[in-house]
Design a protein around this ligand. Structure first.
Ligand code: GLN
Length: 456
């Protein structure tokens, strides 16, 4: 399937055919052996998976969608990759993304854009457009993504797939190339809510290698919750679902709002109680995110110095000082969007501007968390459209960064608050998928599966 369609879709940056077939054959042998060997196979054994190329893999290249890491091979596996290998899932390869996960369309990849399988003249969302498109185009039944401001959920929305951003700390970030460390989370991309839940159960859990990893005892059940059970309940009788007043209306396409209303109707028919919640600080969420995210990224990306990883470019003439090698490497290795964010971030963190920009953004972050706390007093889960628009045409927002950033308006509050969210397909508008997003309090990831499962 990859050979047949990926010439057009460009979801994969690397295909690991031999390795995947080898893993699959080994699983077949274990299954044929029967007895305890067959019985001990994980339910996902032999099910192939694609991995966003921001997550490091031993024996397969990791580029982060950047020339900076072209040709670089990680000497170790990310914790999530260790887990999918232990479950004996064949890794099909690495999927395309906006460079260092900065973007909402996958057009900022240094290796060409990914195309939306529903309409190849349109974007697949971003930054995880490769993972979402691979799943939507039936190139892979499951994929891993990362979500810092919506990069799992927004691509899910515009490709008609399911994507979950777990509670911050719920899945180990060890081996996820850092973008904005206080916001980043790895999560599942799938075709159904139950599939996403099953993969989420596999990759979740505490990890000593990630200092922000959540101890399992801190979940409400005192252990990792059963996400699959929640996803398959299909009954939301009595569940209080809060519609976020600020995440609808102006700026949202009419077709998106129409599908959203129909989804609410279906939930109501299923027994849910629909209420409206007010989150006034959300009006400032985008502004706060686009200060905090670049600030953290500017610090994280300082490691690409032309010495430690990947690309090194020497200045054409003049002395080979550290500054000049670093400058030549970064000038050639980073794309425009990455440079824009490093400049924004270093500016926001600089002495004299710190309080006005970074400090204010952190205060807004607290206000957003308080809005969520208040909203979750009135509702068990919250709901909104995942993205204000369906997939837009390639190149249509590339010259207008702010228009691109506006596509994240509904997804970023969850990252700023560290809470879980899921995007689930909610029908089509003009032949293109519309996504519905559910959000729940931190550590209550089971609730987003419960609500999303009912809509499927
Ligand atoms: N579109 C957002 C951004 O550009 C989200 C990125 C992400 O979640 N990795 O920052």
């Amino acid at each position: 399937r990859i050979a047949a369609v990926d010439g057009t879709i460009n979801a994969f940056l690397h295909v690991a055919e031999a390795e995947a077939l080898e893993t699959a054959a080994a699983v077949d042998r274990s299954r044929a052996a029967g007895g305890t060997e067959a019985e001990s196979l994980h339910p996902l054994a032999g099910v192939p998976i694609a991995v966003k190329d921001l997550i490091v893999t031993k024996g397969q290249p990791t580029t982060a969608g950047s020339k900076m890491l072209e040709g670089w091979m990680s000497p170790y596996d990310a914790t999530v990759v260790e887990k999918i290998r232990a479950a004996r899932m064949p890794i099909l390869g690495k999927t395309n993304l906006d460079e260092f996960a900065m973007g909402s369309s996958t057009e900022h990849s240094a290796f060409g854009p990914t195309r939306n399988p529903w309409d190849p003249t349109r974007i697949p969302g971003g930054s995880g457009g490769g993972s979402a498109a691979a799943v939507a185009a039936f190139e892979a039944p499951l994929a891993l993504g990362t979500d810092t401001g919506g990069s799992i959920r927004q691509p899910g929305s515009v490709t008609g797939t399911v994507g979950t951003k777990p509670t911050y700390g719920g899945v180990s970030r060890y081996g996820a190339i850092a973008m904005a460390s206080s916001l980043d989370q790895i999560g599942p991309v799938a075709r159904t809510v139950e599939d996403a839940a099953l993969l989420h159960e596999l990759i979740a859990g505490h990890d000593n290698k990630d200092s922000t990893s959540l101890p399992e005892a801190e979940y409400p059940e005192g252990r990792l919750p059963a996400f699959v059970d929640a996803a398959s309940a299909k009954n939301v009788a009595g569940l209080r679902i809060g519609v976020i007043k600020q995440l609808q209306g102006a700026g949202y396409q009419a077709g998106v709002l129409a599908r959203f209303q129909e989804a609410l109707e279906r939930l109501r028919e299923n027994g849910a109680e629909i209420v409206e919640v007010d989150c006034p600080s959300f009006d400032y969420a985008l502004g706060a995110y686009y200060l905090i995210m670049p600030s953290e990224a500017s610090s994280n990306l300082a490691r690409y110095d032309g010495v430690r990883y990947g690309t090194r470019v020497l200045p054409e003439e003049g002395p080979l000082t550290i500054e000049r090698v670093m400058g030549a490497t970064r000038a050639a290795g980073f794309g425009d969007e990455v440079k824009r964010r490093i400049i924004l971030g270093t500016y926001a963190l600089s002495a004299g501007y710190y309080d006005a920009y970074y400090g204010s953004a952190q205060k807004i972050r607290t206000l957003i968390q308080r809005d969520f706390d208040a909203a979750f007093e009135q509702a068990d889960v919250l709901v909104s459209p995942t993205s204000p628009t369906v997939a837009f045409p390639l190149a249509s927002k590339l010259d207008d960064p702010v228009a691109m950033y506006l596509n994240d308006v509904a997804t970023i509050p969850a990252n700023l608050a560290g809470i879980p969210g899921i995007s689930v397909p909610g029908g089509l508008s003009e032949g293109l998928p519309v996504g519905v997003q559910f959000l729940a309090p931190a550590k209550q990831d089971a609730r987003v599966y419960h609500a999303a499962g009912a809509l499927e």
